[in-house]
Ligand binder design. Structure first.
Ligand SMILES: Cc1cc2nc3c(=O)[nH]c(=O)nc-3n(C[C@H](O)[C@H](O)[C@H](O)COP(=O)(O)O)c2cc1C
Length: 227
């Protein structure tokens, strides 16, 4: 079966750093997987609706019965409003299930993730996808996940803002809940503000190195062979 790449971008900026790195990843992946399917979801131009009462009502129904079977869960929505909102949810969940590789472009917004991505996460992290405590695994296990971030500043050890990165620890926890953290890599392009903030101009060389490393990492991770 030819592999599928799910490629999600979230930056509102068409010329963004994360878009540049995820595009590099996607191009390398396509070159390595010529018969594969490249599915691109742009949450900036096409945001997914926030969850609503009907989404939560069905989630609670599934949780209250301990239902784990995906086919049975698909029948849990009862009212027209529940079915309508869950048709959006299942479309997004089916994209995740179909993917062998997932690349996420996530600019740092206020130390964390773009709100559009949080809205997507709130839709897709549904109970039947959560790791089963009895088996220690779940339906999304085995996928390669690569997270590309871009930050105006720097967050590595020794920097003044070390400890303010709420992207990587949060994603490790949230994706780990649904077995998407077993093969999870991060590529951080930092100090992007040095390009236009005069007091950060002295960091432009470091920013260029950080971007180069992220682009190289994207090519390397994308060229992994899928058997
Ligand atoms: C709303 C908003 C919030 C931001 N918050 C932070 C932040 O907390 N820390 C930081 O280092 N940069 C912050 N930035 C800068 C971006 O992370 C930086 O411009 C990055 O390159 C954006 O990624 P993109 O080029 O893919 O859009 C923020 C930018 C925006 C628009």
């Amino acid at each position: 079966m030819p592999p599928t790449l799910l490629h999600i971008d979230t930056s509102p900026r068409p010329t963004s750093t994360t878009r540049r790195v995820t595009a590099e990843f996607a191009a390398s992946w396509r070159a390595a997987n010529e018969s594969g399917t490249h599915l691109h979801r742009d949450l900036a131009t096409t945001p997914v609706p926030h969850i609503n009462a009907e989404q939560i009502a069905v989630t609670q129904r599934i949780e209250s019965t301990g239902l784990r079977d995906l086919a049975e869960a698909r029948a849990a929505a009862r009212t027209p409003a529940e079915r309508e909102t869950w048709s959006t949810t299942w479309k997004l969940v089916d994209e995740l299930l179909a993917a062998d590789t997932i690349v996420l472009g996530l600019p740092m917004h206020n130390f964390s993730l773009p709100a559009t991505f949080k809205a997507w996460l709130d839709r897709v992290l549904i109970p039947p996808l959560v790791v089963d405590p009895e088996t220690g695994t779940g339906p999304l296990a085995g996928k390669q996940v690569v997270v590309v971030t871009a930050r105006g500043g720097a967050y590595g050890p020794g920097t003044p803002r070390h400890g303010y990165d709420f992207q990587e620890p949060y994603l490790r926890a949230a994706l780990g809940m649904v077995a998407l953290a077993d093969d999870l890599s991060f590529l951080h392009a930092e100090l992007t503000k040095s390009a236009y903030v005069p007091r950060l101009a002295g960091f432009q060389r470091l920013a260029a190195e950080s971007l180069k490393e992220a682009l190289e990492g994207a090519r390397k991770h994308a060229q992994r062979v899928h058997l």
